[in-house]
Design a binder for this molecule. Structure first.
Ligand code: C2E
Ligand code: MG
Ligand code: MG
Ligand code: MG
Length: 284
């Protein structure tokens, strides 16, 4: 009967939920262990000048390979860390590791992603200051990246924290710009140093009729507001060439460089600058 059928479906749904919760719990457990044992890696993706020849800074990105589960994406484990109270330890882990690693490339800036929950933690500002001091890290080299979701609930508190970050000399970037809910209103409320345009706008270039107009208008808006504008997710030469015809300041994406371990950064700089014999991706 329809009723039995419905009950069957419900049982199936419950089984899936149980499985989901179990998976999440075991992931959280393994993640806690990995943080405690310093088993997470941090890789770095270069951000270049608009002609793609000079690396200006790098973005720190977490990598986790569990011995049994294999590689787990930050898109999976960062939300789990947020939900299970691990995000502060995780956030501090990546910040410390990145500031330490970045001592090897003092001429480059460093961008670190900060999740909304970590950002709202009462100790965030103190932890940030302590880490910079402990690593003797020049604050103006550091940029924290927040997404629009950071504004989800209490605006005034968020604005206060963002201001404290800037007063410390640390820069603030708005990440994944343009895909959130009411993106434009955030630009009005806070003077971000950098605007990172979401990579979906770049991917759209080859398929959507108005993509060019929308992209260059967003870039001009960022410029008009005095922000540094970064295009994320550049995967092809064609996309890079299109961006070079706009007011965009910087490029980031697989076409320039994948995220790489700290030991590979000098090599990436040499390759992009054309100092070694490898192909030069772009010359303005
Ligand atoms: P995000 O901050 O927007 O980072 C950029 C993501 O795009 C990275 O994915 C990067 O590998 C990927 N990417 C870069 N260039 C290209 C490209 O040309 N094409 C494509 N398809 N992708 C590109 P990843 O490393 O998997 O990280 C995903 C997200 O997870 C990040 O997005 C960020 O929101 C979060 N995340 C990563 N590391 C951390 C961290 O240390 N802390 C926090 N809170 N979040 C992190
Ligand atoms: Mg980011
Ligand atoms: Mg992004
Ligand atoms: Mg500019």
């Amino acid at each position: 009967s329809a009723k039995a059928n419905g009950r069957g479906r419900w049982a199936f749904f419950e089984a899936c939920m149980e499985e989901h919760v179990r998976t999440r719990e075991s992931l959280a457990h393994a993640l806690r262990d990995a943080i405690a044992r310093s088993k997470l890696d941090v890789v770095y993706q270069p951000q270049t000048t608009i002609d793609g020849t000079k690396v200006l800074s790098v973005e720190a990105l977490l990598r986790w390979t569990d011995p049994e589960m294999g590689a787990i994406s930050p898109a999976t484990f960062v939300p789990i860390a947020e939900e299970t109270g691990l995000i502060n330890d995780l956030g501090l882990y990546v910040l410390r590791r990145a500031c330490r690693d970045a001592a090897a490339w003092p001429h480059l800036g460093l961008a670190v992603n900060v999740s909304p929950t970590q950002f709202r933690h009462p100790r965030f500002i103190e932890d940030l200051r302590d880490t910079l001091e402990a690593c003797n890290f020049e604050p103006s080299r550091l940029e924290i990246e927040v997404t629009e979701s950071v504004f989800a609930d209490n605006d005034n508190d968020i604005l206060k924290i963002l201001t404290q970050v800037q007063e410390m000399g640390v820069r603030v970037a708005l990440d994944d710009f343009g895909v959130g809910y009411s993106s434009l209103s955030y630009l009005r409320r806070f003077p971000f140093d950098t605007l990172k345009i979401d990579r979906s706008f770049i991917a759209d270039l080859e398929i959507a009729p108005h993509a060019h107009a929308i992209l260059s208008t967003i870039i001009d808006l960022g410029e008009a507001l005095g922000m540094k504008v970064v295009a994320e997710g550049i995967e092809t030469r064609q996309q890079a060439v299109i961006l070079q015809r706009t007011n965009c300041d910087r490029l980031q994406g697989f076409y320039l460089s994948r995220p790489i371990p700290p030991s590979a950064i000098a090599e990436a700089e040499a390759r992009l600058s054309g100092e070694d014999q490898q192909a030069v991706p772009l010359r303005a």
